[in-house]
Design a protein around this ligand. Structure first.
Ligand code: UD1
Length: 341
C-alpha cells in the first residue's frame, strides 16, 4: 500500500489514479484544508477502485503515528501535503513553516518508527530561482528562496538529504516539478483553487468561463521573444506518472543512491502570451486579457533539462500543450456545470 499525503489535492488526486491503474493499493491522508472529500468518489469513478481515505492533520505527530499503526501494510509514501500559495506564505510564514516542515518531519519520524523506508517528495523548480543558464539541469545550483513557500521546499530537500545521510536504510526521491497544469481527460478531477486563482491556467479557464472578467498578464517587458515570462508547463497526468515510476524505482531498489532528485518538466519553455493564444485556439474562445505590470517575485524564464529523468527514470512527458490546455478547459466547464445540477 502506498500512502499519499495530500492525496485529494490537485497533483495528489491525479497520482492516486495512476497508482491504482498501475495496480497499487492507495491510502490517502489529507486534512481537506485545500481539497474536498468528494474527490475520493471521483477517483473511484475514474479508476473503478476506491482508495482508503483518512482525514488527518499531519502537523499532529500523535495522529501521524496512529495512521501508520492503523495501516501496517504501508510500503512507501508520497508526500504531497503542503501549502503552496506564494503570496500567503509571505503574509503568514509561520503557517508555512509549521505546515510544510512540521508535517514532513512527522512523516519521516513515523516512517522510521514503523520501518517504512521509501519516500517520494514534491519539490519544485522554485529551488533554482532565476538560473543564469537554461535549461536547468539537476546540477544547476539552487538559489536563496524568494518566498517562505519556496524556502520550505529548499529546507525540506535539506532535511531529506541530512536524513538520508544519517539513516542509510531510507530511500528518497525528490521530484522538482516545473509548472503543473491541465486535468484528467475524464474531466472528473482537476485543479480547484480556493477563491481567486494565483496560478495562470486556472485564471485563464475561469476567465473563459465568465467567472473572472479579465486576465492580467503580468509584464510584457521581460527579456523574452514576446516580452512575457517563460515557464515549462507540465501536464498533471504526465507528472502523476513520474511518481509511479519513482515509487517503482524505490520499491525495486533500482535507485543509484539513497537520495535522488529529478527535474520533472517537458523541456519546452512557453510564454504567458503563448498560453493565452494556444488556449484561445483549442477552446475556440476569445480571452479578455490585459497587459499589466510585473508581479513581484516572478522570475523571467525557466525551463527544464529533462534528459536525466528521461534516461535514468525512463520517464518522459507525452502530452502536447494543446491537449493539456483543452483538458483544463474541459475540466472547468464540466466542474462548473456539475455545481448547478
Ligand atoms: C508559482 C510560484 C511557484 C510555485 C507555483 C505553484 C511565484 C513567483 N511562483 O509559480 O513558486 O511553485 O506557483 O503554486 O508565485 N501569470 C499571469 N497572470 C496571472 C497568473 C500568472 O500573467 O493571473 C503569469 C506569471 O507572471 C508567470 C506565469 O503566468 O509568468 C505562471 O504563473 P503561475 O501559474 O502563478 O506559476 P509560477 O509563478 O511560475
Amino acid at each position: 500500500m502506498i500512502l499519499t499525503t495530500g492525496g485529494t489535492g490537485y497533483i495528489g488526486s491525479h497520482t492516486v489514479v495512476e497508482l491504482q491503474n498501475a495496480g497499487f493499493d492507495v491510502l490517502i491522508a489529507d486534512d481537506l484544508s485545500n481539497s474536498k472529500q468528494e474527490v475520493v468518489d471521483r477517483i473511484e469513478q475514474i479508476s473503478g477502485k476506491r482508495p482508503f481515505f483518512e482525514k488527518v492533520d499531519l502537523k499532529n505527530k500523535e495522529k501521524t503515528f496512529e495512521l501508520f499503526q492503523k495501516y501496517p501494510n504501508i510500503e512507501a509514501v508520497i508526500h504531497f501535503a503542503a501549502s503552496k500559495a506564494v503570496g500567503e506564505s509571505v503574509e503568514n510564514p509561520l503557517k508555512y513553516y509549521e505546515n510544510n516542515i512540521g508535517s514532513l518531519v512527522n512523516v519521516l519520524q513515523a516512517m522510521q518508527e514503523y520501518d517504512v523506508a521509501s519516500i517520494v517528495f514534491s519539490s519544485s523548480c522554485t529551488v533554482y530561482g532565476q538560473p543564469e543558464i537554461l535549461p536547468v539541469t539537476e546540477q544547476t545550483k539552487r538559489k536563496a528562496a524568494e518566498s517562505p513557500y519556496g524556502n520550505t521546499k529548499m529546507i525540506s530537500e535539506d532535511i531529506l538529504k541530512d536524513h538520508s545521510v544519517s539513516d542509510k536504510s531510507f530511500k528518497i526521491i525528490a521530484l522538482r516539478y516545473f509548472n503543473p497544469i491541465g486535468a484528467h481527460p475524464s474531466g472528473l478531477i482537476g485543479e480547484l483553487p480556493n477563491g481567486i486563482p494565483n496560478n495562470l491556467v486556472p485564471f485563464v479557464t475561469q476567465t473563459a468561463y465568465g467567472l473572472r472578467t479579465t486576465l492580467s498578464v503580468f509584464g510584457n517587458d521581460y527579456d523574452t521573444p514576446d516580452g512575457s515570462c517563460i515557464r515549462d508547463y507540465i501536464n498533471v497526468v504526465d507528472l502523476a506518472e513520474a511518481h509511479v515510476v519513482a515509487i517503482k524505482r524505490l520499491l525495486e531498489n533500482k535507485n543509484k543512491s539513497n537520495f535522488e532528485y529529478f527535474n520533472i518538466g517537458t523541456g519546452q519553455g512557453v510564454s504567458v502570451l503563448e498560453i493565452v493564444r494556444t488556449f484561445e485556439k483549442v477552446s475556440n474562445t476569445k480571452l479578455n486579457y490585459q497587459i499589466v505590470g510585473r508581479r513581484a517575485g516572478d522570475i523571467e524564464k525557466i525551463w527544464a533539462e529533462t534528459s536525466f529523468a528521461n534516461t535514468e527514470l525512463g520517464w518522459k512527458a507525452k502530452k502536447t500543450l494543446n491537449e493539456t490546455l483543452l483538458s483544463a478547459w474541459n475540466w472547468e466547464q464540466k466542474y462548473r456545470a456539475s455545481l448547478t445540477e
